[in-house]
Design a protein around this ligand. Structure first.
Ligand SMILES: [Zn+2]
Length: 259
């Protein structure tokens, strides 16, 4: 954060990354879809899934209605299929604009279906994560999504289908404690906050000060919990290269660089 407010144009050209200090500001879920798919190949799936209110939680239906109005009907995750550098794959992108990217039954169900589709079609799966945690209005049903998605993703592993997660700011709570951390490769954006509980809670619980940079992407890379920190400008190329490599595919002619 260097306070460069006067270079909006450069920010926009650079995927909302500050050209001076490299600060990664949030981009929308829709922009991640654009960034990670070949033009015209994205097809959204499972669009009819909607959150219900099984616990009769106070004001939940109203909150859902307001969230749909604000962020669209896809709940907190867009699920779909697309191509990246010509390779077919399945993509899920969490939407922080929808109730803080909270994980409820719809998010869990979409991920489970995407994982099953990936197994059936033998196509890789990529999930772009951002979340404030479980959706408290769905109580234990929300927590159950951690187990459900984990079971489906375990099947991917068994069938040797590549699964990559991309952790963006912030990736916390139940999402960080389940599918976000189960990728064969776990990538994170620079400066992203990644962790289970908030720093204040941890500090109070363990009664100790926390190290500098705790719960940042860079800290987790240093401590072996993520595989790489990738600037947004390289995200597309890195993801495509990994998928190609993990699927055992040859590099396409036009992408080969000759010295
Ligand atoms: Zn800056």
């Amino acid at each position: 954060m260097c306070g460069h407010l006067d270079i909006r144009e450069k920010f926009e050209r650079g995927f909302n990354v500050c050209p001076e200090c490299g600060d990664h500001r949030r981009i929308s879920a829709e922009e991640y879809i654009e960034l990670l798919t070949d033009e015209g190949t994205w097809r959204e799936l499972y669009t009819h899934l909607r959150a219900t209110d099984p616990l009769n939680f106070e004001h939940y239906p109203e909150r859902i209605t307001a969230a749909i109005k604000k962020a669209g009907p896809a709940d907190a995750l867009y699920a779909g299929t697309a191509r990246i550098e010509g390779m077919p794959y399945n993509l899920g992108v969490m939407n922080f604009a929808f109730m803080g990217g909270s994980m409820g039954s719809v998010v869990g169900e979409k991920i489970a279906r995407l994982a099953r589709r990936s197994t059936d079609k033998r196509q890789p799966l990529v999930l772009v994560c951002t979340s404030g945690g479980a959706r408290m209005q769905e109580g234990v049903l929300s927590l159950m999504q951690m187990a459900k998605t984990s079971a489906m993703l375990a099947q991917l592993r068994e069938d040797a289908i590549p699964y990559i997660t991309i952790l963006t700011n912030p990736t916390t709570g139940g999402v960080s404690a389940s599918f976000a951390m189960q990728g064969d490769v776990i990538l994170a954006e620079p400066g992203a906050v990644i962790g289970f509980a908030g720093q204040r809670v941890i500090k109070q619980t363990i009664g100790q000060d926390l190290p500098a940079g705790f719960q940042t992407a860079e800290f987790l890379l240093e401590h072996g919990q993520v595989d790489d920190v990738v600037p947004r400008a390289s995200l597309r190329e890195t993801t495509a290269r990994l998928l190609r490599h993990m699927s055992g595919q040859r590099v396409r002619e036009e992408t080969v660089e000759y010295a």
